[in-house]
Write a protein that binds this ligand. Structure first.
Ligand code: ASP
Length: 346
């Protein structure tokens, strides 16, 4: 493989987060670095056979402030620049990166170019930063083409030594450089001395025109079960005004209490048109409704099984499908169908 054949054009989109911070030489405080001086900060970038340009959000945000309006803006930047660039690198805070990558995967239908998210645990301007390596790897991956075709034409997260499908990830560590997990899907690439792409696990685009979906419906909620959860809590979540979709985070293979009050409340909510999507609290493995008695009744009352989807991806998918105006059976069927490789149907 060679990415030296043609000079690729990469757009780096900086949204905020730790990665883009450097120390102010005078005050010593961390501040976002000036992307116009990108090559000055990371001179090795000049060695890549690609043109790197940047687009900065204004204001830059800590990703804990991420929201659908911002996702729409981000998708718009990619759409507006789609033809001019061969790949995109999105620099993003790590806290909600898995949510953004998941949502963007749904918003960007027929994506045929790499959109590689990365960030860091330590700011770029700190000596031991992981940001420099993550950034360089992301650029290399976004510009990797073979026979004029991108090697990773999907939304991915490049972090530490791994390239993962974005909508399969979650941030599982607030301390280690290895901060992201793809518990239910193999790595798209392993980053070591060489970047070894696992082609059989990478999506193959259909060569259709990019279609950007901008409607996201926020009338969703997450209900995480725990032993001791009260009727009051379940009842009030199910009666949130305007609620259309609930992500029910269950135990193990999709199990939940069998108390009448619990099942009756869920059944009544489903009767009012609320779609309940069953996602496991585990970081690996799949929901299998009907495997245990504790999930058989969920299935019987019409809870929709989420297979091995992550909570992050389930929220994103629910907002996306509700935004398309889906409800009832159509919504349930689409939730269970892999749209962007986000779940595996057992
Ligand atoms: N709070 C930061 C953010 O998510 C942390 C980071 O960048 O890693 O924006």
């Amino acid at each position: 493989m060679s990415n030296a054949a043609a000079e690729r054009k990469i757009l780096v989109i900086y949204t905020g987060g730790t990665i883009g911070m450097v120390k102010d030489p005078v005050s010593g405080a961390l501040k976002p670095f000036n992307f116009d001086a990108l090559y000055q900060h990371i001179p090795v970038l000049e060695k890549f056979n690609c043109i790197i340009e940047s687009w900065c959000f204004d204001p830059l945000i800590d990703s804990s402030n991420m929201n659908p309006a911002f996702w729409i803006q981000l998708a718009g930047v990619i759409e507006d620049n789609y033809e001019q660039y061969d790949g995109f690198v999105v620099l993003h805070g790590t806290d909600t990166m898995a949510y953004t990558a998941s949502t963007l995967s749904f918003m960007l239908e027929n994506l045929g170019k790499p959109v590689v998210f990365t960030g860091s645990q330590l700011p770029m301007g700190v000596m031991r930063t992981d940001g420099r390596e993550n950034f360089i790897n992301a650029i290399e991956i976004a510009s990797a083409y073979e026979d004029d075709k991108p090697l990773v034409p999907e939304v991915s997260i490049c972090f530490e030594n791994r390239l993962m499908r974005g909508n399969r990830t979650n941030k599982f560590n607030a301390e280690n450089f290895n901060a992201f997990l793809s518990g239910n899907y193999p790595l798209l690439a392993q980053v070591g001395v060489h970047i070894r792409y696992n082609q059989q696990h990478i999506l193959k685009p259909e060569n259709k025109k990019l279609k950007v979906h901008r409607a996201l419906d926020q009338n969703v909620a997450i209900l995480k079960l725990f032993p001791g959860i009260t009727h009051k809590v379940v009842h009030s979540i199910l009666h949130i005004e305007g609620l259309k979709g609930l992500i029910l985070e269950t135990y193990g293979a999709g199990n939940a209490p069998t108390d009448d009050w619990f099942l009756d409340d869920l059944k009544e909510a489903i009767g009012r048109g609320i779609t309940i999507f069953n996602v496991t609290q585990c970081k690996g493995g799949s929901v299998e409704m009907g495997k245990y008695e504790t999930s058989t009744q969920l299935e019987a009352i019409g809870v929709v099984g989420g297979f091995d989807i992550t909570t992050e991806s389930a929220v994103a998918k629910m907002m996306f499908l509700l935004g398309k105006g889906f409800s009832g059976r159509e919504l349930s069927e689409n939730l269970q169908r892999p749209l962007r490789g986000e779940l595996t149907v057992e």
